[in-house]
Design a protein around this ligand. Structure first.
Ligand SMILES: NC(=O)c1ccc[n+]([C@@H]2O[C@H](COP(=O)([O-])OP(=O)(O)OC[C@H]3O[C@@H](n4cnc5c(N)ncnc54)[C@H](O)[C@@H]3O)[C@@H](O)[C@H]2O)c1
Ligand SMILES: O=P(O)(O)OC[C@@H](O)[C@@H](O)[C@H](O)[C@H](O)CO
Length: 388
């Protein structure tokens, strides 16, 4: 079986590539990072190390790679011959891989009429549907009808903390032991791809919202408050009692929304939350607050981990969440110079003002209680910063 995976980065090698290998696939990684591509072709294998006391190492074999900037025609051929396609490139990059995928998938239809599943493994609601939308922008109406018959784009939720890597061996990846990959089976045409470790469900929404609004909301809040406190390491941030309290409270707010919406058992959800906070504090992982806080523009979008649970909370309980709004305010303060989106937000605040920036980044309407609360929290943080 042949798999093509776009994005040989942290999650690509450390999670998706590992499970594809364990399921018996030969995996072709597609990336634009020449060093990683060359190393994968040279070594044809890499190591995944579990961040736990055992330090267990797993070997991923049967892999090779293509640099899509250099050899796009090879990518087209691989896509045309694939048995499953996955991607973990980041939501902002999905539109950039859509063209090559469209060409490869068209070629595949000329060769055979076999169904194929394409899964985007990104931290976003509707990742595969978004990739499909971008691919379909490249098609005629007739091609769209053909694609509809054979190709599936099931959405997915992926969970495994994979920090930026500092190993001497550039291909080796250290990952937390926990993982969860949930895929919406109701969208799949033809046979479900046999991938070991994937949970196939008929309704993904509770899973993706639970993951994004617990793991990623909590993670983002620790990262932004950690950064504000001058802390660069996630587990050190968790040792700060104010930040710990902040994440506990923010996850009570998202938990209130999630349990009311999806009828989750409150005790089971509370245990899930504690397990996640413990994962953030894993001492065997060294994760940066700047990795977790990366791309604040994306994280502040209306359907993402901070704003969506906050707006849903208001809709559901007719009150403004205190801690989610603080988290949003902290994200607006995030001014890490090496992050282009952080720079964009800071420049917007400077040139167009805070109100314009809140409206533009979050989509929250000015004049609403939620908007005013975010503004107030932002100003309170600014006062605290000025006293330092
Ligand atoms: N790291 C995690 O803990 C984690 C966990 C769950 C989900 N995710 C999600 O997985 C996705 C990737 O995250 P990551 O942490 O692995 O990031 P990463 O930066 O380590 O990996 C992204 C990879 O995509 C490659 N890439 C960039 N442009 C490309 C292009 N045009 N074509 C092909 N490859 C391209 C990059 O070179 C890089 O190797 C994100 O959506 C992230 O939210 C990450
Ligand atoms: O990848 P992002 O930028 O959407 O979010 C940063 C982290 O929260 C994220 O990568 C987590 O480590 C991951 O989602 C855990 O499953």
């Amino acid at each position: 079986m042949n798999a093509v995976h776009f994005g040989a980065g942290n999650i690509g090698r450390g999670f998706i590539g590992l499970l594809l290998h364990q399921s018996g696939y030969k995996t072709c990684f597609v990336d634009v990072n020449a060093e990683i591509v060359n190393l994968l072709n040279e070594k044809k294998q890499y190591t995944v190390k579990l961040a736990e006391a055992s330090g267990k190492e797993l070997t991923v074999e049967n892999v090779y790679a293509i640099n899509s900037l250099k050899d796009p025609e090879l990518v087209v051929d691989e896509v045309a011959n694939a048995d499953v396609i996955t991607a973990a490139v980041g939501p902002n990059i999905l539109p950039l891989i859509a063209g090559l995928l469209a060409t490869g998938l068209k070629k595949r239809l000329e060769q055979s009429k076999k169904p194929l599943t394409i899964i985007a493994c990104e931290n976003m609601i509707g990742g595969s549907a978004f990739l499909k939308e971008k691919i379909y922008e490249e098609l005629t109406n007739e091609e769209k009808t053909q694609f509809d018959m054979y190709y599936s784009f099931p959405n997915a939720a992926v969970d495994r903390i994979v920090p930026n890597q500092t190993n001497i061996d550039k291909l080796a990846v250290t990952v937390e032991p926990f993982y969860e990959w949930v895929v919406d089976e109701s969208e799949i045409k033809g046979a479900t791809p046999p991938i070991h470790g994937v949970t196939f469900v008929q309704d993904l929404e509770p899973f993706i919202e639970r993951k994004l609004f617990t793991v990623n909301t909590g993670h983002a809040v620790v990262a932004y408050f950690g950064y504000l406190a001058g802390i660069r390491n996630m587990h050190e941030a968790l040792e700060n009692s104010e930040i710990r309290e902040m994440v506990e409270q923010v996850l009570k707010e998202t938990g209130r929304y999630l349990t009311a919406t999806y009828s989750f058992d409150e005790k089971i959800h509370a245990d899930y939350v504690q397990k996640i906070i413990n994962r953030f504090a894993n001492p065997y992982i060294s994760d940066d607050t700047t990795r977790v806080g990366r791309s604040p523009m994306r994280k502040l979008k209306k359907n993402d981990r901070l704003v969506r649970p906050a707006t849903k909370y208001v809709e559901m309980f007719s009150e403004n969440p205190l801690y989610l709004t603080r988290g949003i305010a902290a994200a607006l303060h995030y001014d890490f110079k090496e992050d282009p989106e952080a720079n964009e937000i800071q420049l917007m605040i400077e040139q167009k003002g805070l109100q314009f920036t809140i409206e533009r980044t979050t989509g929250i309407e000015p004049g609403t209680g939620l908007f005013e609360k975010i503004q107030k929290q932002y100003e309170e943080i600014a006062i605290k910063k000025s006293k330092k």
